[in-house]
Design a protein around this ligand. Structure first.
Ligand SMILES: [Zn+2]
Length: 93
């Protein structure tokens, strides 16, 4: 598939492979309420099975206050619950 440097799983010394393109990622607020829907890609290590979400668009497709949010909410295939470690400063802005 891809040739040359790419996303790699360090413990396995294996390149990640794209598992599914165009997933819809729902992010939730710290209290569990829906927050944003993002378009991204799902990659996977073929050896250990760890999955990572990469290739986000520049902006969320929709946010909780937008009129079309419920439509995008129903398209969600992957959910990131609450406040991720390492993103807390970003989320508090
Ligand atoms: Zn691995």
């Amino acid at each position: 598939m891809s040739i040359g440097p790419g996303y790699a799983c360090v413990p396995c010394q294996t390149y990640l492979r794209p598992r599914k393109n165009d997933i819809y990622v729902l992010t939730e607020r710290g209290d569990g309420g829906p927050y944003q829907v993002w378009n991204a890609d799902l990659w996977e290590c073929p050896d250990c099975g760890h999955q990572v979400i990469l290739g986000y668009g520049l902006h969320a497709i929709s946010e909780h206050y937008e009129q079309n949010f419920s439509t995008w909410l129903s398209m969600g295939t992957h959910t990131i619950k609450g406040q991720l470690k390492g993103l807390s400063e970003e989320w508090e802005r």
